[in-house]
Design a binder for this molecule. Structure first.
Ligand SMILES: [Cu+2]
Length: 141
């Protein structure tokens, strides 16, 4: 039992995996991008509730959905990268990220764990400044 401290992080990782693998059905949220805006620009989810977020890009340029920091049951949820997607100059990688080329749709699943207000935005150069920014509200269950 002297090796227990070494095993603890492992047990913690398994516990997290067990949580994210729960049978809770994810809530479906659809977010659209058009004319340099997110629609809706604000949406609410519950802490601990798995979210399946669908991002539909109806614009004529590529866009993405990014949150720099958000506590999640699964670390760093990132959708499959899309060829040709350019995140521009970023200081750090966003913890939650998915891109969609023009006319395409992408999906990401994550489980927020901490109630709060989180800013989401598009990392493509100039897009956030042009209005591609919104708010994700995580409510207490
Ligand atoms: Cu954009």
């Amino acid at each position: 039992m002297k090796k227990l401290p070494f095993l603890l992080p492992l047990a913690f990782a398994f516990a997290l995996a067990a949580c994210s693998g729960s049978s809770t059905t994810p809530v479906d949220i659809t977010l659209e991008a058009a004319t340099m805006k997110y629609q809706p620009a604000m949406f609410e989810v519950m802490a601990g509730q798995p979210v399946r977020l669908t991002f539909r890009n109806n614009d004529s340029v590529e866009h993405d959905f990014s949150i720099m920091e958000i506590p999640m049951a699964t670390m760093g949820a990132t959708a499959e990268p899309m060829a040709g997607h350019d995140m521009g100059v970023m200081i750090a990688d966003p913890e939650l990220h998915m891109a969609a080329l023009m006319g395409q749709t992408n999906t990401i699943e994550f489980t927020p764990t901490k109630p709060g207000t989180y800013e989401f935005f598009c990392t493509v150069a100039g897009h956030k400044e042009a209005g591609m920014v919104g708010t994700l509200v995580v409510k207490s269950p």
